[in-house]
Design a binder for this molecule. Structure first.
Ligand code: IPE
Ligand code: IPE
Ligand code: MG
Length: 225
């Protein structure tokens, strides 16, 4: 049975769900947040140590201002209401990406990270204004600046995922088969699951089916034994 330390998820399909059910993309984002809570609970139940959630990409700034501000308001409310609870559950929150949001949200994110930084049960990496290509470029720049030797280990140390094991599983919901600039380096050996369901419809049962399938896969990492 394969060990499972890290699940990464591209939570896609909120907008389509919202349009279909409530004629509003934003309603889909709100519904998607319920799925986030369900999946966090199940991740703890399954004793998985790292959960990385793609919430906003560097490319998502191309969306209408109204949708962007709705998303960040949703995140603000979530943190204000839930951070104490996450902390009590011994969950650590880490932001991947560049924190260049409103002063209020930047402060809230820093405060939430600091408050939970010593927690050990589950680490949630929230990818916000995250883009893998820009992360890699920064890592290479820092590698050169530090005059570090060019190798995989040193490069990994300059990524935002430094000291986090690479994802074992990548799930993308929303019936789309692409990576959309997410963790290009870190996913080199991940088992990838593309899920037809839109993110708000994804549930514990779907998640556990994927975990079960993952456990039974023969991971070769290049060997043939
Ligand atoms: C993913 O859902 C969430 C974010 C990118 C913030 P989408 O908003 O991309 O939903 P679809 O793909 O348009 O349905
Ligand atoms: C990827 O979804 C980003 C997040 C889930 C946050 P998108 O909906 O932005 O991806 P594309 O644009 O369809 O590739
Ligand atoms: Mg999408």
């Amino acid at each position: 049975m394969n060990p499972l330390n890290h699940v990464a998820i591209i939570m896609d399909g909120n907008g389509r769900w919202g349009l279909k059910k409530k004629k509003s993309r934003n309603a889909g984002h709100r519904a998607g947040l319920n799925t986030v809570e369900k999946i966090i609970k199940e991740t703890i139940k399954q004793k998985i140590k790292y959960l990385t959630l793609f919430a906003f990409s560097t490319e998502n700034w191309k969306r209408p201002k109204k949708e962007i501000s709705f998303l960040f308001n949703l995140l603000e409310d979530f943190l204000i209401n839930k951070i104490d609870d996450l902390d009590k559950q011994n969950i650590k929150l880490k932001i991947l990406g560049i924190k260049n949001f409103s002063t209020k949200l930047n402060k809230l994110l820093n405060k939430s990270e600091k408050k939970t930084s010593k927690n050990t049960k589950l680490q949630i990496n929230l990818a916000l204004n995250y883009g893998s290509k820009s992360e890699l470029i920064n890592a290479f720049k820092n590698l050169i600046k530090n005059k570090d030797k060019f190798n995989e280990k040193n490069l990994s140390q300059h990524l935002q995922t430094k000291n986090i094991p690479d994802p074992d599983i990548l799930i993308r919901t929303g019936d789309t088969k692409r990576l959309s600039n997410f963790l290009l380096w870190q996913l080199a050996y991940a088992e990838i699951f593309f899920e037809k369901k839109l993110w708000p419809d994804f549930n514990e049962n779907d998640y556990n089916k994927i975990i079960k399938k993952y456990r039974s896969i023969k991971r070769n990492f290049g060997t043939i034994t």
